[in-house]
Design a protein around this ligand. Structure first.
Ligand SMILES: Cc1ncc(COP(=O)(O)O)c(C=O)c1O
Length: 337
């Protein structure tokens, strides 16, 4: 077995690649990045991010094609989103080019650890406010640490099995101003709710505060059938997924009528009788929903399996990511040693 065959059977993200890429600010300006072996970071106990949550991150993937070539998927889109997160958190905002270059460097430095499909190298740029100041609750961190770590991963979900999804209508996953920010606090807010839903047998929670269907804990959400795809429009209240954007583009290209509009819980439940529902995200790729649980009732979506339109869009995306079909949108870039 070569290194590349070892698509991890361990939980997603729990094995880290050997090298990380780091850039620190001096006077709020990011310095030239360098590569160093994966290991603990020296952080002051008063680090702003540890106390006041001034941290954000990204998640994207590099895929190995059957010819061995490695392609990074939509790094520029992830860099752009990270800049929005940094700005909203009042952190020093890394230059767009620096972010993209550090993502590429991370993949290059860990090239031998990019697993074969269906595995991938999950790349995790992270930005921390590092001012050592525990009196800075209402003061932004003027200095920041930017690093990119990576993890060889397998599939987040078993793609052949449709997910059971609990619909949460009381509690939100985030706040109106932070939904579009990829920051740890949002995931912390969702955790207790997700753990309770898991204990009741659900795989994921679909957040629909006040009946407004938004997203799950780590993916965007869509309804689809043979001719239509329906998903909530980007309004800042949830994460603007790069996978969502890619799937909408592919769906339009296939001739689906794409409707970006508000979705009510009642529509989701009614849709289950005739259509499909799916999650989309870097980790989830495109994952079919088999059942919804709402107010103590479980409703099966279609025949409870992964629907044909979900499979079709998933497959189309994967083929582009792996370089098996033409990349007409310029989403992938080759990373070579
Ligand atoms: C809350 C949330 N929504 C949606 C997504 C999907 O975003 P993307 O497709 O860019 O991975 C993610 C994953 O990053 C997420 O954590």
């Amino acid at each position: 077995m070569t290194d590349k065959d070892v698509t991890p059977k361990v939980p997603f993200g729990s094995v880290l690649a050997d090298q990380m890429v780091i850039s620190s600010t001096v006077g709020g300006v990011f310095g030239a990045p360098h590569v160093e072996p994966m290991g603990p970071l020296p952080l002051h106990p008063g680090t702003h991010a540890l106390h006041y949550g001034s941290s954000c991150f990204e998640g994207l993937k590099a895929h190995r094609a059957s010819d061995g070539h490695v392609r990074l998927f939509r790094a520029p889109a992830h860099a752009a989103r990270m800049r929005v997160s940094a700005e909203t958190l009042c952190l020093p905002v890394p230059e767009y080019e620096l972010l993209v270059e550090m993502m590429r460097t991370s993949v290059r430095a860990n090239l031998e650890q990019v697993p074969e499909s269906p595995g991938a190298l999950y790349v995790r740029p992270t930005l921390l406010g590092v001012d050592p100041n525990i009196g800075a609750a209402a003061t932004p961190s003027s200095e920041a640490l930017l690093y990119v770590i990576a993890s060889p991963v397998g599939d987040y979900f078993d793609s052949s099995r449709a997910l059971s999804v609990a619909i949460e209508t009381q509690l939100p996953r985030s706040t109106p101003q932070f939904g579009r920010v990829k920051t740890g606090a949002n995931y912390a807010m969702a955790l207790g709710i997700t753990m309770r839903a898991r204990a009741a047998g659900a795989d994921q929670v679909l957040f629909a505060p006040g009946g407004d269907v938004q997203e799950t804990g780590a993916s965007n959400f869509m309804l689809l059938d043979d001719s239509r795809l329906v998903t909530k429009p980007l309004d800042g209240s949830f994460l603007a997924g790069v996978t969502r954007d890619s799937i909408l583009t592919l769906a339009r290209d296939f001739g689906y009528q794409v409707e970006e509009r508000e979705i009510a819980v009642d529509e989701v439940l009614a849709w289950a009788a005739h259509g499909e529902a799916a999650l989309m995200g870097t980790a989830a790729v495109v994952a079919g929903v088999g059942t919804f649980t709402h107010d103590g009732t479980t409703i099966t979506v279609g025949n409870g399996g992964v629907g044909p339109n979900t499979q079709r869009l998933r497959q189309a995306l994967i083929e582009i990511q792996r370089g098996e079909s033409p990349d007409r949108w310029g989403w992938t870039e080759l990373i070579e040693a």
